[in-house]
Design a binder for this molecule. Structure first.
Ligand code: AMP
Length: 302
């Protein structure tokens, strides 16, 4: 099935207890595309970069069968830049800098070949831009997943609540769920968030796994215990890419299949954190993914 991915394509500068990078390739959509490319080759990207974005990085996405004809390249402008520093526990981070640059006036244009995609991943982006993409779809996709973060909740909460009315699945982390619902208990927060529009909610809890809720049921997937977590950047996006990629591949959006999709998302996130930036996602093979799914099965089987 066709999967349309919208989100940031960015430069990131990252600091973890294990090291520091200058500007490297990042962005929510970059991680999502790399992750979902293991599940579908009908992968379309809508995003924007500046003239400073390396052609090699675009080629790298194309080599992963990402159709980049919806990636705008803005002459004389600069690519979105984000910089973050992780605390020693690696579960929390501070954003040091967010430079919107090309995102400030980004008007997403969904090419006609993409506007009937069955699966739509609205990656972390300004909520009004996510909405503009929704409005351009010729028919409602079979499944719409939206990811967001505290930055957009702090600045554009009302816009975000508007978009939430139209999506099927929302993915956020535990702190963001508490902020969105204004409620500390995650179970109560989930009920409040599900009343805002989404039919399913995924709460990501970093090294403590992920919870999938609908109105009746809850499913929990652990994170794989890893000896070394090098850089958690992009783990949430890799999760989202694996989740929706698996659903697009299997074309089954039942709650039972979403459980399997959550495990595939968790597997992709577990690879992402093993090296800085997107590097690990560019090295792994299908056999690595199969072996890791097996590790997940063995972890919880009793
Ligand atoms: P994650 O670690 O999964 O939350 O995602 C990290 C990625 O999100 C980085 O590669 C950043 O470029 C991107 N990012 C950081 N802040 C924002 C933001 N406000 N909007 C969209 N993308 C962002």
């Amino acid at each position: 099935m066709n999967l349309l991915v919208v989100g940031t394509v960015a430069f990131d500068a990252i600091e973890t207890p294990f090291g520091k990078t200058d500007k490297i390739i990042g962005g929510a959509a970059t991680y999502i595309c790399l992750s979902s490319s293991f599940f579908t080759n009908k992968l379309n990207l809508v995003s924007v970069v500046g003239e400073d974005f390396p052609k090699d990085a675009i080629k790298m996405l194309q080599n992963k069968s990402v159709n980049t004809s919806g990636l705008q390249i803005k002459k004389g402008e600069k690519t979105f830049f984000w910089s973050g520093k992780y605390h020693n526990d690696m579960n929390s981070r501070d954003t040091l800098d967010t430079q919107l640059n090309v995102l400030e006036n980004f008007n997403p244009v969904v090419p006609v070949d993409f506007n009937d995609s069955e699966f739509l991943m609205l990656g972390n982006l300004m909520p009004s831009i996510q909405k503009k993409v929704l409005d351009q779809m010729k028919k409602r996709p079979k499944l719409i997943v939206l990811d967001t973060m505290n930055y957009w909740m702090d600045h554009f909460m009302e816009d975000l609540k508007e978009s939430l009315k139209e999506v099927d699945v929302l993915t956020i982390n535990d702190e963001e769920a508490r902020q969105l619902a204004q409620e500390h208990s995650l179970v109560k927060a989930a009920k409040i968030i599900l009343s805002m529009g989404p039919k399913y909610l995924i709460i990501k809890k970093g090294e403590h796994g992920a919870l999938l809720f609908n109105h009746q049921e809850i499913f929990f997937a652990p994170a794989l215990p890893l000896e070394d977590v090098f850089d958690p950047t992009g783990a949430g996006d890799s999760f989202a890419g694996g989740f929706i990629g698996y659903l697009a591949k299997t074309n089954d959006t039942s709650f039972e299949n979403m459980k399997r999709a959550v495990i595939h998302g968790s597997a992709m996130a577990s690879f992402c954190v093993e090296k800085f930036g997107t590097q690990r996602l560019t090295e792994i093979s299908q056999a690595d993914i199969d072996a890791r799914i097996n590790d997940f099965t063995n972890l919880v089987k009793f």
